[in-house]
Design a protein around this ligand. Structure first.
Ligand SMILES: C[S@@+](CC[C@H](N)C(=O)[O-])C[C@H]1O[C@@H](n2cnc3c(N)ncnc32)[C@H](O)[C@@H]1O
Length: 330
């Protein structure tokens, strides 16, 4: 038996170096370009802000955890269409090696995010369905309401309770996950807060966006997530999480906690923060121009149905977008 966070970390490294995520689960970009359209909507704000300030140089577009590069390719194509005179520099940081099919215009940085980020991104950085994969400490209340680390057998997924959680983790719990019940679980998001803080604070002028399935302090305090959200995905199906490197392991993200950590890390730069459902984040996208031909009409219908699929609250529409404007004034 070992603490979940240790087994999960090893399992994730094995999984991502040997498996293609798309063989185990589908993310929104594999269905549609709607998320990319939403990201380019924000990229446009950055372009306008920089141009208004007299900057007409290269604009950065970074993705953390780019998977097979699909989302970045979509973003770059749309950005090029909407801003034909702007030069974008696209970079993906990924634990996985560069996919062979990727366009040469996308630079691929192979490795973990925390060792590869600069401190001066002028543009957009985003992470889509990445923070939920960052291993965290799993804890559970025993019968005397002591919160203990959950230990796991990495070969079988069997669990038992271990030592009480650390003082640092205890601070995170009292601030962000106040609900207590015998047998109730707490997924301690401090490691995700740190990862997101590093990502957001790499921006000097621009926007940082995390997109993930998330919960809020209010929901957590009501006990809605006391059973825990830890899940395994293997070959397209949810399964019992076993940290043996054979499956993707994921848990919902306390994005509100990530937001505060990022704001602190960005100081003294001014930061404004918005948390919004994907349904609403994509609801602001404009309609395409009135179609002038049957072909254009079909394209418009396809675009509309893709967006609505991405906005469906029974599916991807329930995701949360955490959006920070950094160094762009208040
Ligand atoms: C669930 S996949 C999402 C891929 C893509 N963003 C998408 O939505 O299709 C998560 C990706 O994040 C990458 N990843 C996880 N932790 C990472 C880290 N610390 N640094 C860089 N990449 C990471 C994994 O290798 C994996 O490809």
């Amino acid at each position: 038996m070992e603490p979940w966070v240790e087994a999960w970390t090893r399992s994730a490294n094995t999984f991502y170096s040997g498996e293609w995520p798309a063989d185990h689960f589908a993310t929104a970009p594999s269905h549609s370009t709607a998320v990319a359209e939403g990201l380019v909507h924000h990229l446009t704000h950055v372009v306008e802000h920089l141009h208004d300030g007299g900057y007409f140089g290269v604009i950065d577009v970074w993705e953390v955890g780019g998977g097979d590069g699909t989302l970045m390719a979509q973003v770059l194509a749309l950005a090029g269409q909407q801003h034909p005179t702007v030069t974008f520099r696209a970079r993906v940081i990924e634990l996985r090696p560069r996919p062979s099919h990727l366009a040469s215009t996308i630079e691929w940085i192979h490795g973990p995010v925390d060792t590869h980020l600069p401190e001066s991104i002028r543009g957009l950085i985003f992470a889509h369905e990445v923070l939920d994969d960052v291993p965290l400490t799993l804890a559970q209340y025993d019968e005397s309401f002591t919160l203990r680390q959950v230990m796991v057998n990495p070969a079988t997924g069997d669990e038992e309770l271990g030592a009480p959680i650390s003082a640092n983790d205890g601070e995170w719990v009292s601030r962000w996950w106040p609900h207590q019940s015998v047998g109730g679980r707490v997924e301690i998001g401090a490691a995700r807060d740190q990862v997101w803080a590093v990502i957001a604070s790499s921006v000097s002028t621009g926007i940082a966006i995390a997109i993930d399935y998330a919960h809020t302090r209010e929901q957590r305090s009501l006990g809605a997530f006391a059973p825990g959200t830890l899940t395994g995905f293997r070959h397209g199906y949810p399964c019992q999480p076993v940290p043996d490197g054979s499956m993707n392991i994921t848990a919902h993200v306390a994005l509100d906690a990530c937001a505060v950590a990022a704001e602190q890390a960005c100081a003294p730069l001014p930061v404004t923060t918005v948390l919004v459902s994907q349904r609403d984040a994509l609801g602001v996208l404009g309609r395409s121009a009135t179609p002038q031909s049957p072909h254009e009409a079909l394209v418009a219908i396809a675009q509309h149905s893709q967006r609505e699929l991405a906005r469906d609250t029974q599916g991807f529409g329930a995701f949360t977008w955490l959006i920070h404007h950094i160094g762009m004034g208040r």
